[in-house]
Design a protein around this ligand. Sequence first.
Ligand code: ATP
Ligand code: MG
Length: 267
Amino acid sequence: MKQYLVKPGAKVKLSKIDPADTGDFKGGKEAALAEFEKLNGKLEALQELLFAEHKHKVLIVLQAMDAGGKDGTIRRVFDSVNPAGVRVASFKAPTAEELDHDYLWRIHKQVPGKGEMVIFNRSHYEDVLVVRVHNYVPPEVWEKRFDQINEFERMLAESGTTILKFYLHIDKDEQKERLQARLDDPTKRWKFRLGDLDERKRWDDYMEAFEDVLSKTSANYAPWYVIPANRKWYRDLVISSILVETLEGLKMKYPESEENLEGVVIE
Ligand code: ATP
Ligand code: MG
């Protein structure tokens, strides 16, 4: 799955990356689902180990266009893990109190502690995406944020946080279908906002903003992955694989009991 990694310093052109890519699973949704189930089991065990070891902190950042599949990814990829050790932090438009502070204030409060896995549904990257596209702050303000974000994430990494960032890559046609489906289905309508149509008109501006994010903020200590996300089953499989591989790489161990249990027998 390394092909989806954004190499630090590489210039990303999203139009060159196929959102409908299905890798080695051409026409093989069934095979992909079987593989996905296996990964789900592994993730469950790894999360248990993360919690038990109480050493590493894991931060997963999800960014996408509207209807890009952030919610679906969270539901599917983490459906087997113990809810006690995982937390989702969703970042909506900032409140008045949040706007009175620096943009990382609300973010820093939500980062994972030891043994914890936290999923950011949107994140500090909104402050160089929606904020830039809508000119909520002038360029001289948001331009500085790439360096600030890199330093913030470096500090988190140096404090024991494993950071993984996923951009769910769909194309404009796929978004059209998904937004239309939200409109047509009474059980999905609550997700639809008229404002989504305004955002959709700014698609090209968003692509440019995302390309800048991916090109300027992928680091060894906090890599970005561009996930082909038109096919939900492939999106879930790729994210699960990267997650499992990364967690296995931490070489975590179950801790010993703090007490001497030698010779202890349960009567
Ligand atoms: P879905 O994709 O399912 O619609 P969502 O994440 O879009 O879910 P919404 O409540 O529809 O959830 O949208 C949240 C909104 O908050 C987005 O439009 C996003 O751009 C906005 N937002 C998040 N962070 C900021 C920020 N720092 N400044 C301004 N707007 C922000
Ligand atoms: Mg929305």
